[in-house]
Design a binder for this molecule. Structure first.
Ligand code: HEM
Length: 272
């Protein structure tokens, strides 16, 4: 019995004594576990990244199919292709628009970017040349490009005005992007301006003439104040319009009172 006890005690002691050194292997195995996990994560992420790169390259290669205008011109029957700003799309899924009997057949087999702004199908409009169009008009063509990118498969680029023989964007395409960027900035500025000085409501009737007025949501700008109608000359658009101002804007020289209208009135009637 006593021997057993001793032995048990001894065993116990030996267990206790070895408890401190036992921590090291446990830490070590933890450490190994984490190291292994990290390695696995790195390997998996690398594999995923590789796949993504491969996919991207594949897409890039697919998108790099280059057409000459003569080639593009042949896709107006069974397969229907069109180009806009040098991007070629397969629009075969919509023959009701783009086949020889479709309402928009004049877009098929060519880059008629200009016509996407004018909406006309005359020879002068069925061109990719946007010379003379302002930023807003160029941006409207770019909006159509965005539409096609959402709606149809993009299958290549057209060598010419917007892409060179290597499929690289030309100065013309970069100019389009500059116009789009200008428009974006203008729209942002307009939105900021309208938040502060929202447009008035406006109506005209034969009997009473024109009336402008402010409400707490005129111009689509929901707010906690109503405001007073003022004439504002927009120098970039070179036009005058009615905006709603607050008391704190009354000294701002850009905003002029309407004739025969109280400065504290929320509406003004304008003589014809
Ligand atoms: C600059 C002027 C315009 C351009 C560039 C234009 C261009 C187009 C294009 C490309 C499509 C086919 C879209 C697709 O592939 O799904 C289309 C469809 C259509 N357009 Fe126009 N369009 C213009 C003006 C107009 C106007 C003024 C009207 C009406 C009076 C109109 C009525 C329609 C209609 C009803 C459709 C068919 C929509 C559908 O069935 O999904 N378009 N337009």
């Amino acid at each position: 019995m006593s021997t057993t006890n001793k032995t048990n005690k001894g065993q116990k002691r030996s267990v206790n004594q070895s408890s401190s050194p036992a921590t090291t292997p446990s830490l070590l195995s933890n450490y190994k576990f984490w190291l292994a996990s990290c390695l696995i994560i790195v390997v998996i992420s690398f594999a995923i990244q590789r796949q993504t790169i491969d996919k991207t390259n594949k897409t890039a290669t697919e998108k790099e199919r280059l057409f000459t205008s003569d080639e593009l011109r042949t896709y107006t029957k069974d397969e229907l292709y069109l180009a806009i700003l040098g991007h070629v799309f397969n629009v075969s899924s919509a023959p009701r628009f783009y086949s020889s009997t479709g309402g928009y057949k004049f877009y098929t087999g060519r880059d008629a970017s200009r016509s996407f702004h004018t909406g006309k199908s005359t020879e002068e409009d069925l061109t990719d040349d946007l010379t003379g169009l302002n930023d807003e008009a160029v941006a409207s063509v770019y909006d159509w490009l965005a539409f096609y990118q959402k709606q149809y498969p993009q299958i290549g680029k057209l060598i010419g005005r917007y892409f060179d023989a290597n499929g690289a964007p030309t100065k013309h395409f970069q100019n389009v992007l500059v116009s789009v960027d200008h428009m974006k900035k203008k729209e942002e500025e307009k939105a900021t301006f309208e938040q502060k000085w929202p447009p008035c409501n406006s109506e005209w009737s034969h009997d009473t003439g024109r009336r402008v007025w402010c409400t707490d949501k005129s111009g689509g700008v929901q707010r906690t104040w109503i405001g007073f109608p003022r004439r504002y000359f927009d120098s970039s658009l070179k036009t005058e319009r009615c905006v709603c101002v607050q008391n704190s804007d009354k000294q701002d020289g850009r905003f002029k009172e309407y004739d025969n209208c109280l400065s504290t009135s929320n509406e003004c009637r304008l003589p014809d």
